[in-house]
Design a protein around this ligand. Structure first.
Ligand code: HEM
Length: 318
């Protein structure tokens, strides 16, 4: 039997496969949660949508993604086989052994926790991954405009144009008046001028309206049409049951990681007295920080929706 067959058929080999696939998925979670932090940027989803384009189309990331899908499947299959094998080999008196005394709750419930995560992943893939690849996610147009040496990104040409009107056209108009000796920011001067000519402000207002309607700002330096995955995420997390489902799944992920992270290192042979406390500490931190980072996303969108007077729809599940 070569090492490859052994890895998938011997009990020890299976544990190695479970551990390595689990640790690879942990690495994925770090990348996924860090990338998703772009959701918190107040830029109408530009950073997140651009990041999604990169993640989905970059050939290296694409290859890693296929490896990830295979890893998820292998992890699930191996866990099922190991559970069945352990059950068959379990001594009759096990029930009376009081396992709760010799093991933790999460280690005894890895199967249940894993099953919750599997349901979560199926729904998660259907709603975001498949929707992006095969669904009808709308495109959003982003315009990049250089203004005062800085790039400003807008979605929709209208908002780009109104930005000109608000900032560019207005500041140019103010400069023009200054050159004519009228400083709108100088209160004393304006009061004096108005006393001499009571219709001055009305006249300036009219001049500004004419000026801004004919004022054409610089053309966008870049125009991009990007699938608006940000909006998909935002809309999904406006549904309270959906958010609750995510939070329950993330709690399951946390418990799954509490046991999984530590036991993975143990299975691949890292159980030296010196390293065990360090792995335990990192494991605890990881198991709390990663699910908490993910949980912040549905909570953020739901609170944002409620803050903007959105009505919670408790009749819809997904
Ligand atoms: C709660 C916050 C989360 C959000 C907002 C989110 C969002 C997304 C989105 C938009 C995609 C599709 C586009 C892409 O590949 O980037 C995706 C893919 C994926 N997500 Fe999540 N996700 C979250 C949590 C999770 C969790 C907790 C897991 C695992 C337990 C997970 C596992 C995956 C996997 C495996 C993919 C496919 C990746 C690929 O195709 O390479 N996600 N997620």
């Amino acid at each position: 039997m070569n090492w490859f067959t052994k890895a998938f058929t011997s009990s020890l080999g299976r544990k190695w496969v479970m551990s390595l696939s689990g640790l690879f998925m942990c690495l994925f979670l770090v990348v996924h949660v860090s990338g998703n932090f772009q959701l918190f940027k107040d830029d109408a989803g530009f950073a997140f949508n651009s990041y999604s384009v990169f993640m989905i189309h970059n050939p290296i990331i694409k290859t890693i993604s296929y490896l990830l899908y295979a890893t998820i499947l292998i992890h699930i299959i191996q866990s099922l086989v190991l559970t069945l094998q352990n059950r068959a080999a379990r001594p009759q008196g096990y029930v009376h052994n009081k396992p709760e005394k010799s093991s933790t709750w999460s280690s005894r419930n890895m199967g249940i926790l894993g099953s919750i995560l599997l349901v979560f992943l199926v729904i998660h893939f259907a709603d975001f991954w498949a929707e992006y690849k095969f669904g009808e996610v709308k495109y959003k147009n982003y315009y990049t405009i250089k203004y005062e040496g800085e790039n400003h990104i807008f979605y929709g040409k209208d908002s780009a144009e109104s930005y000109y009107k608000m900032y560019n056209a207005e500041s140019i108009f103010i400069e023009k008046l200054k050159r004519k000796g009228i400083d709108l920011t100088n209160r004393e001067m304006m009061q004096k001028l108005q006393a001499e000519n009571p219709g001055l402000m009305q006249q300036l207002q009219m001049e500004f309206t004419t000026f801004s309607s004919t004022y054409i700002g610089p053309e966008p330096i870049k125009t991009e049409a990007v699938k608006d995955l940000y909006m998909e995420v935002k809309l999904a997390f406006q549904q309270p049951w959906y958010v609750i489902f995510y939070l329950i799944s993330l709690l399951a992920l946390s418990y799954h990681l509490v046991h999984g992270f530590q036991s993975a290192w143990q299975s691949i042979g890292v159980h030296h007295r010196k390293y065990v406390p360090i792995i335990k500490a990192i494991g605890w931190f990881f198991s709390i920080a990663i699910p908490a980072g993910f949980a912040a996303m549905p909570i953020y969108f739901l609170l944002d929706y409620m803050k903007n007077d959105g009505v919670l729809d408790w009749t819809r599940f997904f």
